[in-house]
Design a protein around this ligand. Structure first.
Ligand code: IPM
Ligand code: MN
Length: 357
C-alpha cells in the first residue's frame, strides 16, 4: 500500500508531519512518498500541481494532503495559484464525493460558540459534490457584457451546471452513507431560484426510489445555513453541490468548536481517496508550532477506513485522539480554562503515545 504525502504550504508541513508520525506508529507499515504541492510546488517546479506530484498521486492507493495557499501567491495569475493544486487533484483523479463529518467531542462542548445544549452530541455528515457545479463549469471568464443596463462594460461570469449522471452518483453515495447512519438525508438546493438546483432536486428525488428505508427531505441552502446554527442536531446526512457544500461545511465545522478537529475524505468511484483536514493553510500561525494536527491525524483514520480497508487501525487512531482529549491536552484553538495547552508536536506525540496503550 502506497500513500502519497503532499504537505503543501503554511501549517501543512507541520500538521502532516504529526500525521506521518502516527502512520509510522501503526502495526503495519505503509510506503510513504512525499511531493511538493501548492505554493511549494510552484517554488519547486514552477507549477502548483507539478507533473511528478500528480503522477505520484495517481499511482498511490491514497493521498494525504495538508493544506495549500499563502498570501504571497495572491498576485500570481489564477492557473499558478496554490488553490489550483487541490482543484486539479480533485478533477484529475475524479474525486467527486467529499465527506466532511462534523462531530462534537464531548470534551470540547465548551469550545463551541453555540450553547452546549444546542451542540452536545452533534454528529452530522456533509457530503459535498466536489468536481462539478460553478467551480468547474465552462464557460467562465471576463468578457464584454452582452445585454442589459451594463451592456458593453466588462463583466465576470461563471457557469453553474450539473449533468444528470453527476447528480445521480453523488446521490447514491449520500443515500448509502445515510443507510449506515441515522437513515435521514437532507438534500440542500436553491430550487426556488436556480434551474440547476431544481434539476438536482428532481434527480435526487428520483434516486430516492431506490432507497425507501432512508427519509429524504429537501431544504433551500439559505434555510440550511440557518438551521445549522439554530438546531444542527436535526441533521443526519446532508448532500449538496460543490459551492453550497463549501460554505455549509465551514459553518458546520465551527459548531464543533474548531475547524482544527475536522477531517475529510474525497473519494472517486472506487474509493480511492484524498484525505485532508477541512481547514486551510493558516499562514498566520505557520511555523509557530501551535497548529492543531488532529484534523490531519483523523484524516488518516478516514483513509485507513475508506481507501485502505483497515477499519481496525482507523478505530485505534480515533480512540487515541479521544484519549488525548480526555487527558485534557489542547492546542490553542481548542484551549479552555482548566486544560493543558500543548503545541503541534506535543499533540502528535501524545496521540502516538495513546496508540501504544
Ligand atoms: C475547501 C477549500 C477549497 C474549496 C479551496 C482552497 C479551493 O475552501 O476545500 O473547502 O473551495 O473547495
Ligand atoms: Mn472551503
Amino acid at each position: 500500500m502506497k500513500i502519497a504525502i503532499l504537505p503543501g504550504d503554511g501549517i501543512g508541513p507541520e500538521i502532516v508531519a504529526q500525521a506521518v508520525k502516527v502512520l509510522n506508529a501503526l502495526d503495519e507499515q505503509f510506503e510513504l512518498e512525499t511531493a511538493p504541492v501548492g505554493g511549494a510546488g510552484y517554488e519547486a517546479a514552477g507549477h502548483p500541481l507539478p507533473e511528478a506530484t500528480l503522477a505520484l498521486a495517481q499511482a498511490a492507493d491514497a493521498i494525504l494532503f495538508g493544506a495549500v495557499g499563502d498570501w504571497k501567491y495572491d498576485t500570481l495569475e489564477r492557473p499558478l495559484r496554490p488553490e489550483q493544486a487541490i482543484l486539479g487533484l480533485r478533477k484529475n483523479l475524479g474525486l467527486f464525493a467529499n465527506l466532511r463529518p462534523a462531530i462534537l467531542y464531548p470534551e470540547l462542548a465548551g469550545a463551541s460558540t453555540l450553547k452546549p445544549e444546542v451542540v452536545s452530541g452533534l454528529d452530522i455528515l456533509i457530503i459535498r459534490e466536489l468536481t462539478g457545479d460553478i467551480y468547474f463549469g465552462q464557460p467562465r471568464g471576463v468578457r464584454e457584457c452582452p445585454d442589459g443596463p451594463f451592456k458593453g462594460q466588462r463583466e465576470g461570469f461563471d457557469t453553474m451546471r450539473y449533468a444528470e449522471g453527476e447528480i445521480r452518483r453523488i446521490a447514491h453515495v449520500a443515500f448509502q452513507a445515510a443507510q449506515k447512519r441515522g437513515k435521514r438525508l437532507t438534500s440542500v438546493d436553491k430550487a426556488n431560484v436556480l434551474e440547476t438546483f431544481q434539476f438536482w432536486k428532481d434527480i435526487v428525488g428520483d434516486v430516492h426510489k431506490e432507497y425507501p428505508d432512508v427519509a429524504l427531505d429537501h431544504m433551500y441552502v439559505d434555510n440550511a445555513a440557518m438551521q445549522l446554527v439554530r438546531a444542527p442536531k436535526k441533521f443526519d446526512v446532508i448532500v449538496t453541490g460543490n459551492m453550497f457544500g463549501d460554505i455549509l461545511s465551514d459553518a458546520a465545522a465551527m459548531l464543533t468548536g474548531s475547524i482544527g478537529m475536522l477531517p475529510s475524505a474525497s473519494l472517486d468511484a472506487n474509493n480511492k481517496g484524498l484525505y485532508e483536514p477541512s481547514h486551510g493553510s493558516a499562514p498566520d500561525i505557520a511555523g509557530k508550532g501551535v497548529a492543531n494536527p488532529l484534523a490531519t491525524i483523523l484524516s488518516c483514520a478516514m483513509m485507513l477506513r475508506y481507501s485502505l480497508n483497515r477499519a481496525g487501525q482507523a478505530d485505534r487512531i480515533e480512540n487515541a485522539v479521544k484519549a488525548v482529549l480526555a487527558q485534557g491536552l489542547r492546542t490553542p484553538d481548542i484551549f479552555e480554562e482548566g486544560t493543558t495547552k500543548v503545541g503541534t508536536e506535543q499533540m502528535g506525540d501524545a496521540v502516538v503515545a495513546a496508540l501504544a496503550k
